[in-house]
Design a protein around this ligand. Structure first.
Ligand SMILES: Nc1ncnc2c1ncn2[C@@H]1O[C@H](COP(=O)(O)OP(=O)(O)OP(=O)(O)O)[C@@H](O)[C@H]1O
Ligand SMILES: [Mg+2]
Length: 501
């Protein structure tokens, strides 16, 4: 169903934070039964536009129409009443409560003024049945995998009679098969007339599920078009404002990989999820880790960084066998980890960007007697410039940065420690196309300067474009080790990951 009846219309939206204008005269609409993709660089204003619709922020000017009627969205309650549901990227669920309790948290069916658990469970089951997914409403949220958290978020919005669902990078925390499940659900929601706003940095997804796309650049709308009428190149050009470089082509590295083995791992195990993994990484080498969700990739880098304790096996760095049982020990041995979940592990959101950037450096700055606000600021400014982190001023709270710019802060923070071995877990998740290619170029440069890199990425073109060698992990152990030249195509690698090649 695509009736061309607008479910939501936003006209001439303006928004500034302080003196910083972040939305300039933006028009945006989404029709009944339509999936409308919203794209743009990190900091372009996508989340801000949707937060205005959702009542989190107030617009400075412009109007909003819901089903043709002008509405004032003064707070999140008003948004909910108008039928606008948000599937939060950072989940808004309470982990210790059950699925049913979460779904009805704000509008519980009551029995004599108390929450009626049985009724909530029954209603939740009905909603999941309508969604054609299986989730047990009596489970606590924390006991479920994150893919089910997202379904719970969607169910919660539907329970509130949402006519419009806003999804902000919904696949960022999903494996490929889980993402397929979400796409199928989106198709079903469309046929029920739900309008969906879909924020994503992934072009393949946008073409897969969206009907139209709107691109924001620096707070202005620069493109709105049916996906049948626009090429990926045109979209990228709209996003970055110039013709894109072919960043996903495998580039020959300028420096030679030395024979010297920097990191040697033998028969490493950690619990049931990582078993008997052996690998070697040489100086200047980029080792890619491929595998499905749950294959043990994150467990492997977390064990190397001392977050998970090894239960068997050895880690040898530069010929010396080491006992790495804490991140402090890993850092002392010049290992750095850029973690997958930037919010939980990477940043202190309430602290300034400057403090976050220099956090792992502070020990060093202190011991050499260099700790001063001025030094911290100077160093921060260097990193901000190097990574083109977009912010109003260096002392601003990290939490107020756009998602992608937060990710750049995480990367900048760890590269600032000048590690010998760099572990990167999905470093480009949530990062826009231009920045992605910058990060990949940076990875190459880091390796060229004699460092060793272990890189996890679920985006195969990206993995293929930078890796010198790829280890495929499956069920916690290494199932294949391939030199880049031995991998003829993305399809080949995909089959290897699924254990079919
Ligand atoms: N609460 C806030 N206070 C100050 N500035 C803010 C706040 N929220 C967002 N901004 C600024 O508004 C701009 C737009 O941010 P927004 O989060 O909308 O970007 P985005 O397009 O969603 O980017 P990303 O792809 O990185 O998530 C950024 O410059 C950001 O720093
Ligand atoms: Mg955002």
């Amino acid at each position: 169903m695509n009736t061309n009846t607008p479910a939501i219309e936003m006209r001439g939206i303006e928004k500034s934070f302080g003196t910083n204008p972040v939305l300039k005269n933006v028009d945006f609409s989404v029709s009944v039964g339509e999936v409308h993709a919203l794209a743009g660089e990190n900091g372009a204003g996508k989340s801000t536009l949707m937060k205005i619709l959702q009542g989190v922020y107030q617009k400075d000017a412009g109007e909003i129409l819901v089903s043709g009627e002008q509405v004032q969205i003064t707070d999140t309650f008003a948004a909910r009443k108008a039928g606008i549901g948000m599937v939060f990227q950072e989940f808004s669920l309470i982990p210790t409560l059950t699925v049913a309790q979460n779904i009805f948290l704000t509008n519980e069916p009551t029995k004599f003024g108390l929450i009626d658990d049985a009724k909530a469970r029954k209603l939740a089951l009905d909603i999941f049945k309508e969604m054609e997914v299986e989730v047990d409403p009596s489970r606590t949220v924390e006991s479920m995998p994150t893919a089910l958290w997202q379904l719970t978020e969607i169910a919660k919005a539907l329970a509130q009679n949402a006519k419009v669902l806003i999804m902000d990078e919904p696949t960022a925390s999903l494996a490929r098969n889980e993402a397929e499940g979400l796409f199928a659900l989106i198709e079903r929601l469309k046929t029920r007339g739900i309008a969906i706003v879909y924020i994503s940095h992934r072009m393949d997804e946008i073409y897969r599920i969206a009907d139209r796309i709107t691109v924001l650049r620096d707070g202005s709308r620069v493109l709105t078009e049916s996906l049948k009428k626009v090429s990926p190149e045109q979209i990228v050009e709209a996003i970055i404002g110039r013709k894109a470089a072919a960043h996903l082509v495998h580039k020959n590295r300028s420096a030679k990989i030395s024979k010297e083995v920097v990191l040697e791992v033998k028969n490493l195990s950690s619990g049931p999820k990582l078993q008997n993994v052996s690998l070697q990484v040489r100086r200047g080498e980029i080792l890619g880790l491929a595998g499905l969700m749950g294959s043990g990739r994150t467990e492997l880098v977390n064990t190397l960084f001392g977050i998970l304790k090894p239960t068997a096996g050895t880690i040898t760095i530069n010929g010396k066998q080491l006992d790495i049982s804490s991140p402090q020990q890993a850092i002392q041995n010049k290992i750095a980890l850029i973690p997958e979940d930037r919010r939980a592990q990477g940043l202190v959101l309430d602290h300034a960007v400057t403090e976050n950037l220099t956090l792992p450096l502070l020990d060093g700055l202190k011991s050499s007697g260099l700790l001063s606000k001025r030094k911290i600021l100077a160093r921060s400014k260097e990193i901000i410039e190097q990574f083109d982190i977009r912010l109003a001023y260096p002392g601003i709270r990290v939490g107020s940065l756009s998602g992608g710019n937060q990710q750049k802060v995480v990367i900048g923070k760890w590269l600032g420690t000048n590690p010998e071995i760099l572990l990167m877990d999905e470093p480009t998740a949530g990062v826009d196309i231009g920045t992605k290619s910058e990060i990949l170029d940076l990875v190459r440069k880091i390796a060229d300067s004699g460092k060793s890199v272990i890189l996890i990425s679920s985006e195969l073109p990206e993995l293929l474009s930078v890796s010198d060698r790829i280890l495929v992990l499956k069920d916690g152990h290494v199932s294949k080790s391939l030199n880049r030249e031995e991998i003829p195509s993305e399809e080949f690698l995909q089959l290897a990951i699924q254990g079919a090649a």
